[in-house]
Ligand binder design. Sequence first.
Ligand SMILES: NC(=O)c1ccc[n+]([C@@H]2O[C@H](COP(=O)([O-])OP(=O)(O)OC[C@H]3O[C@@H](n4cnc5c(N)ncnc54)[C@H](O)[C@@H]3O)[C@@H](O)[C@H]2O)c1
Length: 279
Amino acid sequence: MTATTSLQTAGAGWLGLEGRVCVVTGAAGGIGGEIARELAAVGAKVALLDRDEKGATAFAADIAASGAQAIGVHCDITDEASVAAAAETVAGKLGPCSVLVNNAAAIYAGALMDVQLDKWNQLLAVNLNGFLLCSQVFGRQMIARKEGGSIVHVASISGSVPQPYSGAYSVSKAGVKMLSRLLAVELGEHRIRSNVVSPAMVRTPMSAGIYQNEDVLRRREAIVPAGRISGPRDIAEAVLFLASERASYINGQDLLVDGGLSQAFLSLIPRPGFEKQDA
Ligand SMILES: NC(=O)c1ccc[n+]([C@@H]2O[C@H](COP(=O)([O-])OP(=O)(O)OC[C@H]3O[C@@H](n4cnc5c(N)ncnc54)[C@H](O)[C@@H]3O)[C@@H](O)[C@H]2O)c1
């Protein structure tokens, strides 16, 4: 029996992320920014990568103002040279990466019958190829460091359940889930874990337009067992757990952070005699 348990060392240090170099892609966005902020709050050194350099740098400056170590770095995850340059900057300024959060993504509306192949390819270049590129480049830093590491990919419930009229989005997220499982197997010998966090509905700039409509907001809340739409912090906390030492034996998994939405499917079926009775 060990002298102290994880719970006895509770506090920010409980996660074991202090001083670790953590890279978050899409960190100028709603979820990525919150992940970076939460990582910094538990003592990690954080690199905020985004093709929106101004946004990433502003977020990093805001985080650094609270005394944490954070840098904003320009990176287009679809471009090999850009990812390699960003990795060099991170290693030079903070040290080799030990946690990568693949989060940057895009979405476009479009029916499959109408989607243009170049639009399809553009989305896969960000949402799937970009995840592979960053895993390769930052994974090499983890391997060279010889102390293991953790990759957390932000996918979506739509990678498991079809989300129609969203072009290649569902396909890209399904691909991310398999990419993560493959990385878990292939990088296991280096003690690098790979897991997925799958949000459902989150209020961020990506989805802001939807929630401006009060009626849509209420209808969406009504179908979530938890009774609310999630915020970036709900997703960030799950990412931190999977990135942390507290998840050191969790590998190749997909954690749905959906308020129970994915469990509510059968409750949508009209079943006379089996409905909730009013008191
Ligand atoms: N918002 C939701 O409801 C929701 C639901 C499920 C999953 N997700 C997933 O969560 C993640 C974050 O989404 P969000 O809502 O914070 O989105 P967001 O639009 O707020 O942020 C995405 C960020 O990615 C960056 N980005 C896009 N293409 C890039 C590229 N080629 N290189 C570098 N950066 C690039 C953007 O500049 C932006 O800052 C995504 O993977 C998304 O698919 C979001």
